[in-house]
Design a protein around this ligand. Structure first.
Ligand SMILES: Cc1cc2nc3c(=O)[nH]c(=O)nc-3n(C[C@H](O)[C@H](O)[C@H](O)COP(=O)(O)OP(=O)(O)OC[C@H]3O[C@@H](n4cnc5c(N)ncnc54)[C@H](O)[C@@H]3O)c2cc1C
Length: 264
């Protein structure tokens, strides 16, 4: 690990000031991704701004019929939250499936989506449920937020403050986890509700994507049977030591049918 200045911000405004004043500043949520990156000397920030202590960024609330999850809310807190369990149980299931207990108790929704790992679970939740990302300067639709491999629409020094989820009529999440890390080899969130009919796939490609053919089939008949015979192309899917592109393409179909069945 290289040396850096550590700051614990007391507010979003202070965090922005600290980032603006640093030659190369970076935010820290739960540190579950950032700390290993620093330990391996893959990044060399001048300043790390810890936002984990900003109470206004943590917790779940309801706002205008949406479930709003603060950026520093941990995966464990999302999984066990009574509002999430009642309104969007698929989101609680997804959060509970992330990593291990240590990761779930430190990792945050804001850090996960800012990092946009291709195998992360939350991108499927945000796109699959039609969520909106709130930052210190604007609101960004999930469809526009995840722009590529580890890339997002966030600008310099922009801080995610919360994620607002519309409450779906039906939603289900299914994933084929890497048996060691629990990251998604393939994960699918399927939903129907105010955000339309959505099928979002994580783990399979370089970035979360929607499966248009599946969405079209489900929009008239939201059942696992409606998906039989619909496949996704292996072109452009990830191929690595965990799974070939062809196997991932097969898993997308299986996980999508399971997600729809789980939605009930
Ligand atoms: C062993 C292990 C297993 C894991 N398994 C899974 C899994 O199964 N599924 C899964 O989805 N994830 C998994 N993860 C990743 C985990 O979910 C992390 O919580 C997540 O990737 C990063 O969240 P964090 O809060 O720790 O972010 P940090 O590590 O603190 O930050 C990550 C990045 O996000 C930026 N950032 C943080 N907060 C904000 C914010 N509010 N606004 C803007 N930028 C911000 C930081 O600057 C940094 O670039 C695993 C991690 C580990 C170590």
């Amino acid at each position: 690990m290289y040396n850096f200045n550590y700051h614990r911000a007391g507010s979003v405004e202070e965090a922005v000031q600290l980032l603006s004043g640093a030659s190369e500043g970076t935010l820290m949520g739960g540190g579950m991704t950032l700390i290993p990156v620093l330990k391996q000397r893959l990044a060399n920030p001048s300043d790390v701004v810890d936002i984990g202590g900003i109470s206004a960024l943590s917790g779940v609330s309801e706002d205008g019929g949406k479930v709003v999850v603060g950026a520093t809310t941990t995966h464990a807190a999302v999984a066990s939250d009574a509002t999430v369990q009642a309104k969007i149980p698929a989101l609680a299931v997804l959060a509970e499936s992330i990593g291990d207990a240590q990761v779930r108790n430190r990792g945050t929704i804001g850090g996960s989506i800012a990092n946009n790992d291709p195998a992360a679970d939350y991108p499927a939740a945000l796109v699959g449920l039609g969520a909106t990302i709130r930052t210190n300067t604007r609101e960004i639709a999930a469809d526009d937020f995840f722009t590529g491999l580890f890339e997002t629409a966030l600008g310099d020094n922009e801080i995610i403050t919360a994620v607002a989820f519309p409450v779906p009529d039906k939603a289900g999440y299914a994933k084929f986890p890497n048996p060691a890390s629990r990251y998604a080899v393939v994960g699918v969130m399927a939903s129907q509700g105010p955000a339309g009919t959505r099928v979002a796939v994580t783990g399979a490609g370089p970035c979360v994507f929607r499966a248009a053919d599946m969405e079209a089939a489900l929009s008239s008949n939201f059942s696992a049977e409606a998906l039989s015979g619909i496949s996704v192309s292996a072109d452009d899917l990830n191929s690595d030591i965990h799974a070939s592109a062809e196997y991932r393409a097969h898993l997308v179909g299986v996980m999508a049918r399971r997600a729809v069945a789980a939605a009930g």
